[in-house]
Design a protein around this ligand. Sequence first.
Ligand SMILES: Nc1ncnc2c1ncn2[C@@H]1O[C@H](COP(=O)(O)OP(=O)(O)OP(=O)(O)O)[C@@H](O)[C@H]1O
Length: 226
Amino acid sequence: MTQISEVQVEVDSPDGTRRTILHELSLTLEEHVVAVVGANGSGKSTLLRLVAGLVAPSAGEIRFSPTVPRSGFIFANPQAQIIMPVVGEDIEFSLRGTIKGRAERTRRMREILESLELGHREEASVYELSSGERQKVALAGVLATEPELVIADEPTTLLDLRNAAEFRRRLLGLEVPLLLATHDLEFAAQADRVLVFDHGRLLDDDEPAAAIPRYRRLALQTPEGA
Ligand SMILES: Nc1ncnc2c1ncn2[C@@H]1O[C@H](COP(=O)(O)OP(=O)(O)OP(=O)(O)O)[C@@H](O)[C@H]1O
């Protein structure tokens, strides 16, 4: 369970002032899949980075129970997190934190690749992969770290319809909880809970069937005077 209490995030602006990018927020997250939606710049990634410990709150606190989870982060662009040039090597690299023996690392790497139907790509250069395969390699690298929470920031953005559907299915099938920011409302519709952000504020927090139609209306409404 993640408990966010009166958290606020501020950043320095170029003019020397402080800008609030996440306004005071209190939330308890305990559902298996939580989707965060909202316009560009509304604060979705900031919330994800806060939960992952990549950004510190300027005020308030985040508590986890029973302990701080080991989180695995998936980005929109998988190239950002693939370190080694060859698929199998990259997964083995991620396994170094959890498995000491080399033979055992190789065995586990193959198991993870097989589970993602990537067994035949073990020797492939990461640069010759399709976007769909590359995103699966990024997921394989995250799974290798045995995360207790997966945090995904627009993970289907670069994928075509078919690959997006497959990747959604894989993320939704994980045993560990998933916190997801997405513009893919089909994906958000499959969450247990949807948080809608707007200009750094939590605007709506409900089950998908209620929150998504409200968000669509909000996003598509014509600005006054337009
Ligand atoms: N380190 C930072 N320094 C300055 N401004 C930042 C920083 N991080 C985020 N911001 C600003 O905070 C606002 C919220 O950003 P955030 O990335 O959380 O939005 P988002 O909802 O994820 O957007 P998108 O859908 O475009 O990814 C944006 O205006 C962004 O420019």
